[in-house]
Design a binder for this molecule. Structure first.
Ligand code: HEM
Length: 324
């Protein structure tokens, strides 16, 4: 048991559990990154619901979402860390684990702050269908990620996490890894997206994905339809090209955007304390919504993403979602 708030001790224990010779490619890292992402990626800026605070995935309503299939492995890996440092909340542990895993796999350092609570306010629980569907295309990606307050560049940067890990037929139905070294964080995913010829393959289950036989590793690599969509859409493609040729730029942008992801729905004061937390209940409540001033709808706080900067949801992105 460490002292309350000793996140360094927790980081060390997360780093130590990464090596899992019996599991997947020998690392717990990729599935920990996916756990952090799915815990946060349910956020909806407009209704201020979902997000990593509350760790709702512990409960059937969210944990049982088919989109979260397989993430129990990540939660089980982390259970000994929670036992040892019982003061840490699941919401902090899951997001921190993603940040530590990325660093341990050779990725960038990502800013992270604690203070999330495990109090679940039923009115904040996200409905199912908030996470992206790999079988879809560019419009779907915008529909999902604009809702969280991300722009096109951030969507591409975040997708670069598919440098890590693999698809499992018993989880998502898709099969295989994107790159031939899936426990090493790099920009290889972007380079392969552009350099290989991807052909459509229908799996026995009827699911369609894209594949290419990699001579070096003698394995078949894969891409989801959503990954291929990044190369077909003009606005997305320019960032795929940027990140394929500039690894440092990718690392910088990924670091910033992953930090933003795990802060969605969280508001902090200057000292970093979470302000939309109901301390009496030990819980989290919706940010008070200011009425928009007539005549200036774009400046309403309702448009704000709950990051510390309160970054506004771009008007053009709102308009795009309204059209779909
Ligand atoms: C852009 C939309 C996205 C779609 C459609 C998508 C879809 C998927 C699918 C279908 C899988 C395979 C799950 C399985 O069968 O085990 C997967 C795995 C993964 N995703 Fe994504 N994802 C997206 C974005 C992201 C983001 C934003 C991140 C993190 C920043 C991320 C990180 C991962 C990781 C690390 C894995 C590997 C997990 C493992 O090895 O167990 N994905 N994703």
């Amino acid at each position: 048991m460490s002292k309350k708030g000793d996140f360094e001790a927790v980081r060390k224990d997360i780093a130590e559990l990464m090596h899992q010779p019996e599991y997947d490619d020998g690392s717990a890292g990729p599935v920990l990154v996916r756990l952090a992402w799915h815990s946060a990626g349910t956020f909806d800026a407009e209704t201020d619901t979902g997000g990593s605070n509350g760790a709702g995935m512990r409960y059937e309503a969210e944990g049982g979402d088919p989109a979260n299939a397989g993430l129990q492995h990540a939660r089980v890996f982390l259970e000994p860390v929670k036992d040892k440092h019982s003061w840490i909340t699941y919401a902090d542990l899951w997001t921190l684990a993603g940040v530590v895993a990325i660093k341990e796999m050779g990725g960038p350092t990502i800013a992270w702050k604690g203070g999330r609570t495990d109090y679940v306010d039923d009115s904040k629980l996200p409905p199912r269908g908030r996470l992206p569907d790999g079988a879809k295309g560019a419009d779907h990606l915008r529909w999902i990620f604009y809702r969280m307050g991300f722009n096109d560049q951030e969507i591409v940067a975040l997708s670069g996490a598919h440098n890590l890990g693999r698809c499992h037929s018993d989880r998502s139905g898709f099969e295989g890894a994107w790159v031939n070294n899936p426990t090493q964080f790099s920009n290889q995913y972007f380079r392969l997206l552009l350099s290989l010829q991807w052909r459509k393959k229908t799996l026995k289950s009827g699911i369609e994905q894209f594949v290419n036989f990699d001579e070096d590793s003698e394995t078949e690599l894969m891409m989801l339809p959503t990954d291929i969509a990044l190369t077909q859409d003009k606005s997305f493609r320019k960032y795929v090209e940027l990140y394929a040729r500039d690894k440092e730029r990718f690392f910088e942008d990924f670091s910033r955007v992953f930090a933003k992801l795990v802060e969605l729905g969280i508001q902090r004061d200057a000292d970093g304390n979470i302000t939309n937390t109901d301390n009496e209940k030990g819980g989290y409540h919706a940010a008070p919504k200011k009425k928009s001033t007539p005549g200036s709808p774009a400046k309403s706080t309702d448009d704000k993403v709950g990051t510390s900067e309160g970054e506004p949801l771009k008007e053009e992105n709102k308009a795009f979602r309204a059209r779909l």
